[in-house]
Write a protein that binds this ligand. Structure first.
Ligand SMILES: Nc1ncnc2c1ncn2[C@@H]1O[C@H](COP(=O)(O)OP(=O)(O)O)[C@@H](O)[C@H]1O
Ligand SMILES: Nc1ccn([C@@H]2O[C@H](COP(=O)(O)OP(=O)(O)O)[C@@H](O)[C@H]2O)c(=O)n1
Length: 314
């Protein structure tokens, strides 16, 4: 009887592995501003076939709501109104897989990995650009410091994660037995591993030097500016009226100051401040390539799912 049960499991490794691993797997990626969280999280999600949630974009949407409803200048008097607005407004995060348009690809100068681009919809309206303006950058940490706002955003984070587009996929684990990667989700932010998903199967704290982060963000903004200028030149060639407003981008020093102020606010706020979770793996990517950081995280995830590592040669 015992022998036949053992033979049953040997003959059906696929069934066994399915039972063992088809639970959800959550990867939490936290860290300071511009440390590479969202580009890394998107690439990791794409590599593993997981869903992706950019939790910072939800706080940015809340900030945009405050600005659009003219309650931003004296926000301290308007928290209940803002919390009400957040509860009434639909936030969607749409991933465009294998997109070549992603500016992150350009900035990270990655040769091998394609980072999917992400569209943020607020009640169906594409606000992907509107939530990344200097005005939103200045106000977002203040909005994110309020406990009521954080509870409202927490509901959205958990509901988006529960409904994220992901399913278990089969992979050729060790070249013999098929293995199963369970459905899962990658979420990045400041308190994902400490508050949103304290039981996440893998927690990463991504960091880089303040100067590397400021230069990367500056680089990213300049790539955007170059794209805009190319579009404007094409419009002029077609003799179309140029209705665009000239954009002025800040210097590296301005960006470094803004990142530093935001980090200070995020680390020192009362409600779920930015902290390294005790069980997080800390990765400083100042001197890592984009591929190295993505593949080391996907291999850590594979190990914890009981699968073989894939990228030891990188
Ligand atoms: N290891 C790396 N080397 C160089 N650039 C990187 C690296 N990791 C990320 N980047 C780039 O840094 C910029 C900021 O990354 P992003 O993912 O937007 O950070 P965050 O979500 O933490 O604000 C992006 O342009 C990204 O492509
Ligand atoms: N889980 C999270 C995510 C973002 N935030 C807040 O939202 C802001 C914007 O987050 P972001 O991830 O878009 O910022 P960047 O690092 O991309 O510049 C942060 O500075 C935090 O104040 C938070 O408090 N908790």
């Amino acid at each position: 009887m015992l022998r036949s049960a053992a033979r049953f499991w040997r003959q059906t490794p696929q069934l066994y592995k399915r039972q063992a691993f088809t639970r959800d797997f959550t990867i939490a990626i936290d860290g300071p501003a511009a440390s590479g969280k969202s580009s890394t999280a998107r690439a990791v999600a794409q590599e593993l076939g997981f869903g992706y949630i950019d939790s910072g974009s939800i706080y940015r949407c809340a900030t945009l709501l405050a600005l659009r409803n003219n309650i931003a200048s004296d926000i301290d008097k308007h928290w209940p109104e803002l919390i009400d607005l957040i509860g009434k407004t639909g936030v969607e995060i749409k991933i465009q897989p294998n997109s070549n348009r992603s500016l992150s690809v350009v900035a990270a100068k990655t040769g091998r990995l394609v980072v999917p681009s992400v569209q943020i919809l607020l009640d169906g309206e594409d606000v992907s650009n509107d939530i990344r303006t200097p005005e939103v950058n200045r106000l977002v940490a203040k909005v994110a410091s309020d406990g009521g706002v954080r509870s409202a955003v927490l509901n959205i984070q958990r509901s988006l994660a529960a409904n994220a587009d992901t399913k278990a996929t089969e992979t050729q684990g060790n070249g013999k037995d098929p293995h199963v990667i369970p459905g899962g989700v990658v979420m990045d932010g400041r308190d994902v591993g400490t508050t949103v998903f304290p039981n996440a199967e893998l927690k990463i704290y991504l960091d880089a030097s303040a100067m590397a982060r400021a230069i990367r963000r500056w680089d990213e903004m300049n790539s955007q500016l170059k794209n805009k200028q190319t579009e404007e030149a094409a419009r002029k060639q077609e003799n179309k009226a140029d209705t665009s407003v000239p954009v002025e981008y800040p210097s590296v020093e301005d960006i470094a100051r803004e990142l530093e102020q935001r980090d200070y606010a995020d680390i020192n706020r009362q409600h779920s401040p930015l902290r390294i979770a005790p069980d997080a793996v800390v990765i400083d990517n100042t001197n890592l390539t984009f591929e190295q950081q993505v593949y080391s995280i996907t291999d850590l995830a594979r190990e914890r799912m009981g699968l073989q590592r894939k990228y030891d040669d990188i």
